[in-house]
Every structure is written in C-alpha cells, then in structure tokens.
Design a binder for this molecule. Structure first.
Ligand SMILES: Cc1cc2nc3c(=O)[nH]c(=O)nc-3n(C[C@H](O)[C@H](O)[C@H](O)COP(=O)(O)OP(=O)(O)OC[C@H]3O[C@@H](n4cnc5c(N)ncnc54)[C@H](O)[C@@H]3O)c2cc1C
Length: 405
C-alpha cells in the first residue's frame, strides 16, 4: 500500500540547488518537501568545492565552512605561473558542512526533509503534466503530490528523464579526487595542472582546505577521452607528479567521484508544473566545471518563482518562464563564451599549453578571476581584445568577445 502525501512544492535532490530552492519556497509561504536518496544530506561528496568570495558573501556562508584562497597557480608540462593577490577572492568549501548548512536553512523555514528516499517514478495527470513523484524508502513506498516539482537531482536529472523531457547527458566531465592529509600545503594557493602529464582531456588540481589537508583530483572530458580519471589520479599520487611533490608525506582520508554535464545551456528548464535547476539544468561553468554558486543562486530563484506561481494559481510553463528568462539573462552569453575557450583548451598540445600559460601570466588578478569564473564583463573584454599589447592575449579575448555576441 503506497502512502499518499501532498505538498505545494516537492524538491527532488538535497544538493545545493535543491536545498536552496526548498529554502526560498518555504520562506515564501509554500509547504515544501525536500526528497534526498542518501541517508543524510551530503553523505557522499561529489565535488571539489571551489567557489568565490563574492558568492560566499552573497549567500552568507559561515566562515567555518570554507578555507580562503588568494593565489592561483597553473602548471603545465614545462611552465608554471602563479597569480598572487593580497586578499582572498576564492575559497575551498567544506562541502558537507556547507550543504548541510543549506539544508538546515530550508528546514528552519519549514521544509520537511525526507532523506533515504529515492524518486523512482513520476505521476502525470490526463494532460500528461507531472503532478507528483513516486518514491521508495525503508519506510515503504509513497506518492508525493505537488503543485510544482523542482528537479534538483543533479547529473541524474531524474524527474525530467522519467517524465520523458530529457535524455542522459552525452558530453560531461568525470572527476576522481582524494581528500588527503599532507605534511606541508600552502593553504592560500590552489593549483590547476594541465597537459598530458596531468590529464589527457581536462586538468588536475590541488585545492587546500588547510596546511595539512588538500583535495587532489583529476578531471577528464567525456567522450573526448576514454581514460578513467581514477587511474590517472593514482599515477599522479604514486609518482608525486608536479606540485604534488611539494606536499611531503600524504595519506588518503576519503575518495570522491562525480559527473558534471558539459553540454552548455541546451536544456529547456520549465514545463507545466516542473522546474529544472542546478546540474539537472546543465547550469555549470565549463572552464573549471564549477556550478555550486549557480545551483544556490538559481535554486533560490526557482523556489521563489515556484511559490509565487502557486500564490497566483498558475503553474504552467508560461507562468514559470520568468525563472528561465532570469537565469538565461545572467549566464547564457557567458557560458557560450566559456565554451569557446574550453574548446580551445581541449585542443592544445603540451607545447601550446606551455605558451598558453604565458598568456595567463599577462592577466591582472581581476582579469584572471573574471576569466576563470566566466564572469566576462563585456567592457573589460573589449578593452583586452583591442588594447592589450600582446597579440596572443588579444586573440584569446577576441574569442570570448566573438562568442558572447
Ligand atoms: C569532480 C567534480 C568536481 C567539481 N568541482 C567543483 C568545484 O570545485 N566548484 C563548483 O562550484 N562546482 C564543482 N563541481 C560541480 C558541482 O558539484 C555541481 O555543479 C553542483 O553540485 C550542482 O549542485 P546540484 O544541487 O544541482 O546537484 P548535486 O550536488 O549533484 O545534488 C543532487 C542531489 O540529488 C540527489 N538525487 C539524485 N537522484 C535522486 C533520486 N532519484 N531521488 C532522490 N534524490 C536524488 C543526489 O543524491 C544529490 O544529493 C564539480 C563537479 C564534479 C563532478
């Protein structure tokens, strides 16, 4: 016998997008259920957790949830560059703490959290619109009915796929990472390591959480490479390749593995009674495959639009389109530009990477951060594309400028 439950909004997935959507919808007066398949929020870590100081400020993430970063290193086969800043403008998150803090914010606003509960089906009405989800848990099977469902299930896009609106991502990034105790890390500096020594179609990284704790990982683009990132990661650790050799004695604390869509903003994200947000919607910056800040920001917008639409008694795709218009106006052209740069980066030989680092060396810290964050301010790009004394820098920024039109 299936249990039947009714809510205004059902959010599927207790990651940053889902918790943020649940928070905003609850705060705006909706009765909200947040469904998460794992036993606890953030039981499994699937991300490296780098984000930016302005996003931390915007979301008011507590200081205990992150390690600030102010230096940004790049290493290629035969070159390296480090961009130093006097103030931290990036951070490595304690992912579990941050995600649990986000979920707790939603709970405090009234969201009911159903963990250890897996969405296995959708419920549709006569018109074919989604009106609920079917779940399985230790407590038994249930039907959750809602005026609006928010699919925040990450890479799985489970609701959109079960409803027949989306298929599995074909182009995506795969990352394997160890969280490790180390002897001596510089806790103010992260490193991205590029070229075939580190990753055949992507990059490797060292992200410090403290002087004695780092995340070391390898990301690989699929289907560009058939290599398993874990194999490459184990090779780098065994040989202490590149900057890893500066870390001294190391031991593994935890293994992380995850997938992130890399198809640009190709998906429709609103349907009658349904919103897609976060990785489920493909909202990720392809340059460093980061999406946590978009998940939180657009999760909040999704929750707000959902509960406003319920108040206005109209939850069709047209009514929900303000959500899609909002996020597209904020990131569509930036992500398009970032894809152009990503295509260029994926095509570079090892020698070309060595030269690319010379271009990065030319950038001021603000320019570098805007660039890597895909926060291309058009005026700055025009300036760099037309006035930078070095031709190679002008060419790189012309690429960005051209794509953002
Ligand atoms: C290796 C790697 C490294 C990354 N590094 C960074 C980084 O440094 N910085 C950054 O900003 N971004 C990074 N990202 C991307 C970032 O992790 C995602 O953009 C972000 O997690 C998206 O949040 P989300 O809430 O949409 O999805 P998720 O965080 O994936 O959350 C989805 C949730 O849905 C749950 N779920 C799935 N299916 C079901 C179901 N059937 N029923 C119930 N629950 C379900 C999952 O258990 C999960 O908790 C990285 C990604 C990878 C793969």
């Amino acid at each position: 016998m299936r249990k039947s439950l009714e809510f205004d909004v059902v959010v599927v997935g207790g990651g940053p997008a889902g918790s943020s959507a649940a928070f905003a919808a609850s705060k705006n007066g909706s009765k909200v259920a947040l469904i998460e398949k794992e036993k606890e929020i953030a039981q499994t870590v699937r991300t490296s957790g780098v984000t930016w100081a302005d996003a931390i400020k915007e979301f008011e993430i507590p200081r205990s949830c992150y390690n600030p970063i102010r230096n940004y290193g790049f290493q290629s086969n035969h070159n390296e560059v480090i961009i130093n800043d006097h103030q931290p403008r990036a951070a490595v998150l304690d992912v579990r703490k941050t995600y649990r803090w986000l979920a707790e914010k939603a709970r405090k606003e009234g969201t009911e959290i159903f963990s250890n509960t897996t969405v296995t089906g959708v419920i549709k009405n006569d018109k074919g619109d989604v009106i609920g989800v079917k779940t399985e848990s230790d407590q038994g099977d249930s039907n959750f009915y809602a005026r609006i469902i928010i699919d925040a299930s990450g890479f799985q896009s489970i609701v959109a796929r079960l409803a027949g609106y989306a298929t599995r991502w074909k182009k995506f990034g795969v990352g394997a990472e160890y969280e490790m105790n180390v002897q001596n890390a510089d806790d103010t500096t992260w490193w991205l390591m590029v070229g075939s020594r580190f990753s055949p179609a992507g990059y490797a990284w060292i992200f410090p959480l403290s002087k004695n704790r780092v995340r070391i990982g390898v990301g690989i683009g699929k289907p560009d490479s058939s290599l398993d990132p874990k194999e490459k990661l184990d090779e780098l650790i065994k040989e202490k390749r590149g900057k890893i050799c500066d870390l001294g004695k190391m031991n593994i604390l935890e293994y992380h593995y995850g997938l992130i869509p890399n198809e640009g903003l190709s998906r429709q994200t609103v349907y009658n009674n349904l919103i897609l947000v976060g990785d489920s919607a493909g909202q990720a910056n392809p340059l460093v495959l980061e999406g946590i800040r978009y998940a939180i920001r657009f999760g909040r917008v999704a929750g707000q639009v959902a509960s406003d639409s319920i108040k206005n008694n109209n939850t069709d795709a047209q009514a929900l389109s303000t959500y899609e218009e909002h996020w597209r106006s904020k990131i569509h052209s930036k992500i398009k530009s970032a894809h152009k740069v990503q295509q260029r980066w994926l095509s570079l030989s090892d020698q070309e990477w060595d030269r690319e680092l010379e271009i990065i060396r030319e950038l001021g810290v603000e320019e570098f951060l805007d660039f890597i964050k895909a926060d291309f301010g058009l005026s700055n790009i025009i300036k760099l594309a037309s006035h930078h004394p070095k031709l190679a820098v002008r060419q790189l920024f012309n690429l960005v400028k051209g794509a953002s039109k």
